[in-house]
Ligand binder design. Structure first.
Ligand code: BGC
Length: 772
């Protein structure tokens, strides 16, 4: 763990120049707007260590799967989000010498991420021309108001230098991914055009043929007034630039505003891109930096109004939760049902920008509680549209009759992962997709979704569980063999408790909803049966048997659920017995040593107790928590948040708080020593849940909203916003009371300490924290 960034409630601050931390900082200082993202790279050239990253949502490349030992069923390709053409480039040279922070004499340096207003600011002073000083300040944002626009205000202030500044303002499509199998490049140029007023470069991706137009124009100002410049032109393969020379006097400031529009064929027909991108540039320049900036910060203001969490008395926790919320909304705004939430968002290449079960289990509940219902629906719809491909995926593995296995990792519905123990065995992801339908409907009350789309997905998944389970003559029970649970430090195990639980739950939830639709709209149900060739009495009788007779491993002595068969044969030891020099174990131990050990990567049994807590009493949850938490190394970012919620659930607020800090500051303090690769966006949603569902104790049970708040000892108060069935409300918890404010036009019903309350529109309810 390392506390490198300065603490502040709205800012992330890096002070001093630390080239050894540059990759980490580039991840931390990433900006995005749901359509594109940019790592915290420098505008000007940098010969030091850096990972360049500009990403356009949905624009990917299907790289050939590369494995030595091919297994039937492996996917043909692995989708990669591409490092897109570099739009930020501004090279500067002073009296003929290039500014390069790797070689420059740096007097001061800082990078600041302003989370309230959504921009990145970088300031540094360097010595130029022998002993003179200039100060550079760059501010950039990806507009939340106009998602194709990226704007940079790049100012050079001379302290005591007099002379010539030479700028090269460019777009470069000759870029690479760090993660390539064969070191190849993925972009081909389609066209380029550059004049003294603007430039536009259109590049296309190999294989997938996405076209991306990146256009730029600029202006120079001194004392807020435009100055005229005479731009030169560089026009070569995959690269366009304007060169500009400007004189600067002592004490003077020269400001360059670079306006960039990035459009892709995902949204605009290819043939229109050249014209549209120029149109957008003209618009951006006419609107001007200040107005575009104001439009952008207004959007952030709106987002914060409905999603901010305020913590009094704990700056570290305050900064962290805002950092998490900020990055979540930079990654996904929910306006496009074709997009999803990559585990690293737009902050790195790892995980290829693809979709994982993280979306349903972590991302969805955050967006259900903070955003309009359409956002959650879009996330569900993404999977609905992939149903056919999931059926094809299951067929490839030998399943039949419409059984659906959703991919572990996907971009467009096809499986993209090729480790057999994950691709074929980590089938619990299918259950998370079923659970998401339930979660969406209980949050929004949108029952219509079930009949229109949800049930079809549920039947596909239930068919899969039904075929995947087998009957054990020995146990006289149904078993699910050869799986990997969420804890990826165990592979190819039998009867992962969590997977079996999800399977049984999905089957009974599907049957329940078939019965409901049968009563409410038989015609619709029959039309669905015809569409998917489903015969209830034939197929569901086996489902019912499975529900009744599924095998669940348990330890009768300790009275805990067992993560899988044989778990007790391991040498059981607490994670605290691992020397700290050997943590994280995945960076120090051989894989086989990890597999043989009892150490748990992430919530597994506890993930099940979290999803289905109303099926278990507090004592049972506590016993399992006390058994598993000590053995858990939390080496997946998705772990500590679930443990924190469960710890709150059993009233262990100290532990809940300790785990909360770990999840909330996972990236800021680089707990798992991997921030250089990008941030853990999906776990950030878990962090938010650790406050709202953990400390706030918010639940939805039988269509009703429940609150059961606790407060960590060192917090004076905390407050959060949430939504339930179209009602937006705020909950503020202090040491002695809870104030719930209804911010919408509809009444809010909720239960606290077994009592039901109704809060009228715009009304407030104040309750004692501990109601006797
Ligand atoms: C976790 C998975 C997760 C993936 C992407 C892995 O380390 O074990 O559960 O889906 O990361 O976040």
């Amino acid at each position: 763990m390392n506390s490198f960034y300065k603490k502040d409630d709205w800012l992330i601050i890096e002070e001093g120049f630390h080239p050894e931390m540059n990759r980490e900082s580039e991840s931390i200082f990433s900006i995005g707007n749901g359509y594109m993202g940019q790592r915290g790279n420098f505008e000007e050239q940098y010969s030091g260590d850096s990972m360049q990253g500009s990403y356009v949502a949905g624009v990917y490349y299907p790289d050939k799967t590369r494995v030595g030992w091919w297994k039937n069923g492996y996917p043909e390709y692995f989708a990669k989000v591409l490092n897109a053409p570099n739009w930020i480039g501004i090279d500067v040279s002073v009296n003929g010498k290039d500014i390069d922070l790797a070689t420059a004499k740096i007097i001061s340096f800082s990078r600041i991420l302003n989370m309230k207003e959504g921009y990145l600011e970088r300031s540094f002073k360097v010595t130029v021309s022998g002993n003179k000083t200039i100060e550079i300040n760059s501010r950039r944002f990806l507009s939340m108001a106009e998602p194709d626009l990226g704007i940079i205000r790049y100012s050079v202030r001379s302290i005591d230098f007099e002379g010539k500044l030479d700028y090269t303002v460019y777009i470069d499509a000759d870029v690479r991914n760090e993660d390539t199998n064969y070191g190849n490049k993925f972009w081909k140029e389609v066209s380029r055009e550059v004049t003294t007023d603007y430039g536009a470069l259109i590049a296309r991706t190999l294989k997938t043929d996405f076209h991306v137009a990146t256009g730029m124009c600029f202006e120079f100002l001194k004392s807020d007034r435009n100055i005229s410049v005479e731009p030169g032109i560089i026009n070569r393969d995959k690269y366009i630039a304007n060169t500009i020379s400007v004189k600067i006097e002592k004490g003077e400031e020269v400001v360059l505003n670079k306006y960039v529009s990035i459009l892709s064929s995902l949204n605009i027909p290819k043939e229109r891109l050249p014209e549209d991108v120029i149109f957008r540039l003209k618009y951006a320049k006419a609107r001007g930096y200040n107005k575009l900036f104001l439009d952008h910060i207004k959007e952030w203001e709106k987002l914060w109004t409905t999603s901010d969490v305020v913590i009094e008395g704990d700056l570290s926790a305050q900064q962290a939760i805002r950092f998490n919320i900020f990055h979540l909304y930079q990654t996904y705004t929910g306006k496009d049902e074709r997009l999803n939430i990559g585990p690293k968002g737009f902050t790195g290449e790892k995980y290829g920008g693809s979709t994982y079960w993280d979306t349903e289990a972590f991302g969805l509940p955050f967006f259900l509680k903070t955003a309009d219902q359409k956002v959650g629906r879009n996330l569900l719809f993404y999977r609905y549209k992939h149903l056919e491909k999931s059926i094809a995926n299951a067929e490839k593995l030998g399943f039949k009759n419409g059984a659906a296995l959703y991919p572990m990792v996907t971009m467009s519905g096809e499986e993209c992962h090729n480790e057999w123990e994950i691709t074929f065995e980590e089938i619990h992801r299918n259950g998370a997709i079923a659970y998401a339908i339930f979660n969406y409907i209980r949050h929004t009350g949108d029952e219509g979704y079930m009949a229109d789309y949800g049930l079809e997905v549920l039947i596909g998944i239930s068919r899969f569980w039904s075929q995947r389970a087998t009957f054990s003559e020995n146990l006289k029970k149904y078993v699910i063999l050869g799986v990997t649970g969420p804890n990826e430090y165990e592979n190819n195990v039998n009867n992962n408790w969590y997977t079996n639980l999800l399977a049984v739950w999905t089957l009974s939830y599907t049957i329940k909803n078939i019965r409901i639709l049968e009563k409410e709209n038989q015609d619709k149900l029959l039309a669905l049966y015809r569409k998917i060739n489903f015969n209830f009495s034939e197929e569901a009788s086996r489902w019912q048997e499975l529900v009744k007779d599924m095998y669940f491993p348990i330890d009768n002595k300790r009275n805990v659920f067992l993560q899988q068969d044989g778990f007790l044969d391991k040498v059981l030891a607490p994670a605290s017995s691992i020397p700290s020099a050997e943590r994280p174990i995945n960076q120090h131990w051989s894989w086989d040593r990890i597999l043989r050990s009892c150490f748990i990567k992430q919530a597994d049994v506890l993930q099940g107790l979290y999803f289905f807590e109303d099926q278990f009493d507090t004592e049972t949850i506590k016993r399992n928590f006390d058994f598993y938490e000590p053995m858990t190394v939390h080496e997946s970012s998705l772990s500590a948040c679930i443990h924190s919620i469960v710890a709150s659930r059993i009233g262990n607020i100290e532990k809940a708080y300790e785990l909360y800090l770990r999840t909330a500051r996972l990236d800021l303090d680089d707990y798992n020593n991997e921030v250089s690769e990008g941030l853990h966006i999906t776990s950030m949603a878990g962090t938010w849940l650790a406050i709202v569902e953990g400390f706030g104790g918010m639940r939805i049970l039988d269509g009703k909203l429940l609150l059961n708040p606790l407060i960590p000892v060192n917090w004076q108060s905390y407050s959060f916003h949430s939504r339930f069935r179209g009602v937006l409300f705020e909950v503020k918890v202090t040491k002695d009371c809870v104030t719930i404010t209804n911010i919408s036009e509809k009444p809010l019903n909720l239960i606290m300490s077994d009592k039901e309350y109704q809060i009228e529109r715009s009304g407030k309810l104040i309750l004692n924290l501990k109601v006797e």
